[in-house]
Design a protein around this ligand. Structure first.
Ligand code: BT5
Length: 293
């Protein structure tokens, strides 16, 4: 069973049947840069794709490559991360062979304070890719999560290198839970989590999801350059299941109760308070509450 356990940590799916033995269901799907490149028809995103068996963090590697002059559109993928990053120093659980850990390098001509809005672009691209490949209905949760049936299936992390008024480069990190099993989920979850496997019971090709995601991302990035943020903000808001719903927002300093009125052009959450006033929330965690009506 020790060997079986090792194989499982490498992404092999092995069934155990009591008093009969083990059955190999599938081996891990290899993430091969040339295969992804050959399937892409995108213009900018994925011009260069790098796949590693293991990295500390794809965001870290993409940031370093950005520092040394890598071109916009570079994509860094890892089969496994041993220091996958969430926000605020949190950890992103990144076992081998099952999920997608992907970072995209951008060099947008926007001021640094507009960079957080690019999360909406990642969210819409990832939601559309998961929908197209798996048929799952994806919701977004402000500011950086993708949910299925109220459980987190993907997390997004923006990082940038900038001066006070100029962006050098931005890295958009996306972690999508694809074939992760229940026993691979972290135990210290802040929010319930899931994967495509746990929702559908079907193994899904990470390569398919990666290719479709990069294609969507490329189209949205082009749209951003042509028409600005508004179409992406609207697309994101259409996926926001908590629109019009009562919520509680924890901002660190305060806990606010109100009804979600949307997000504004800056990406702030608009919350209608009981007195009718619209409060603009720049950062925080949104938690649903049961309607008393
Ligand atoms: C996030 O942070 O959701 C951003 C995650 C970004 C991960 C990608 S993977 C590729 C790229 N390279 C990196 O190093 N990072 C990016 P946050 O909202 O802070 O959520 C983190 C919290 O989610 C943790 O504290 C756990 O409670 C939970 N968590 C950890 N791993 C998870 C997983 N695989 N699935 C669902 N929840 C998880």
């Amino acid at each position: 069973w020790k060997h079986i356990r090792t194989l499982r940590t490498l992404g092999y799916r092995i069934d155990a049947v009591t008093s009969k033995g083990y059955r190999l269901l599938s081996g891990p799907e290899l993430l091969i840069a040339d295969e992804i490149r050959s399937r892409l028809s995108s213009r900018v995103i994925g011009r260069e794709v790098i796949c590693h068996e293991q990295l500390a963090s794809t965001n870290l590697t993409a940031m370093e490559l950005g520092e040394t002059g890598a071109a916009e559109g570079l994509v860094v993928i890892a089969d496994q991360q041993n220091a996958g990053k969430g926000r605020l120093g949190r950890r992103w659980e990144s076992p081998a062979g099952v999920n997608l850990y992907l970072s995209i390098l951008l060099r947008p001509t926007i001021p640094p304070w507009e960079v957080p809005r690019l999360t909406f672009l990642s969210a819409v691209a990832a939601a559309r890719a998961l929908r197209d490949v798996t048929g799952l209905k994806i919701d977004v949760k402000w500011p950086n999560d993708l949910l299925v049936n109220g459980r987190k299936i993907a997390g997004l992390l923006n990082e940038m290198s900038a001066e006070s008024d100029a962006v050098h480069h931005v890295v958009l990190g996306l972690g999508l839970n694809i074939n992760m099993t229940a026993d691979q989920l972290p135990t210290d979850l802040r929010y319930p989590a899931t994967s495509v496997w746990l929702e559908k019971g079907i193994l899904t090709s990470r390569l398919d999801v990666a290719v479709v995601l990069l294609e969507h991302f490329d189209r949205l990035y082009e749209e951003l350059r042509q028409s600005g943020m508004e179409p992406i903000r609207r697309a994101w808001q259409e996926l926001f299941a908590l629109m019009g719903k009562p919520v509680r927002v924890e901002t660190g300093q305060a806990s606010l109760a109100g009804v979600v009125a949307g997000i504004d052009e800056e990406g702030a959450l608009l919350l209608q308070l009981p007195d009718g006033h619209i409060e603009k929330v720049l950062a925080g965690d949104v938690l649903p509450v049961e309607s008393s009506r």
